[in-house]
Design a protein around this ligand. Sequence first.
Ligand code: ASN
Length: 332
Amino acid sequence: MRIHITYTGGTIGMIDSPRGLVPGADLEGWLAALLEGTELADSVTMTSLEPLIDSSNATPESWQAIIDDLRAHSAADPDRAFVVLHGTDTMAYTSAALSYALTDFPSPVVLTGSQLPLGEVGSDAAANVTGALRAATSGRLEGVALFFGHRLLAGNRASKCSSWDFEGFESPSAAPLAVTGAPWRWTPRAESGQGWPSPAPYTRHDVVVLDMAPGITAARLEALLAPAPEAVILRAFGVGNVPSQEPGLVEVLQEIIAQGTAVVVSSQCQQAEVLLGHYEAGDAVARAGAVGSRDMTLEAVYAKVQFLLSQGLRGAELAGRIGHSIAGELTP
Ligand code: ASN
């Protein structure tokens, strides 16, 4: 099977510089050596996106550049499988973003990267790239996934959980799609989505992610939300609780919702089921028109809000779509 690799940057292809790690390794040469003598030796093509970036510099436009590359190569050869090499810092945002925009894509897409550059002894780069290639060509995968450490995770259920561990990603609310071994153990994916045919391209929208903390005042929240963004993701406590006894705090949210800003309440718990009516502390924001993010990761919610804004949805219409699965990003 032929495979196309979209190389976007990240530690995997970085080298030392006086300013710290920067892209610059001979990734193509390394990959050719890695695959020499295997059945994949002559089946891989690669695009290096310009410029190669540390993924902390990624934006919705970067997500779109990957999507454009995938679609261009799929149009040329629909039987291909696809791997995206990406920095780990925002890989879970990108994998979620790709999952919404590629529900009509005919081939599986697997993202991976590494904690150590490919040139370092003991690097996790080779294991992750070969694992991603194996997953992409397995014939058992649909949609967008993320391979890291020893696990294949649904792309819109994954979250970076460690800045150093070779098992750097978790899927807190969904079982891994596969675990490596001899043989790999596969678990059928439980969730599916409604899909989104012919999505408009990602464009960058003004979305604020805001953490609640004990003692936050209405004045501070108001200042953080001025001028009003297009959408707010409020990282609240537990099942989505917001301080309800802080004078004026919920009113600030009511006010921006009334002005047309969508407010999505998520949780600071990595594993959460956001249920806004469960406590009085969450009910007030729900009555104001905020919606809960259910069991989506922050990365999945953020990318979903950017996706829906890019499709032209705003305010209550956007909020109303948050609880509906596009690509299996939440448990129904
Ligand atoms: N800063 C790097 C990146 O996200 C981290 C990594 O790839 N391990 O591009």
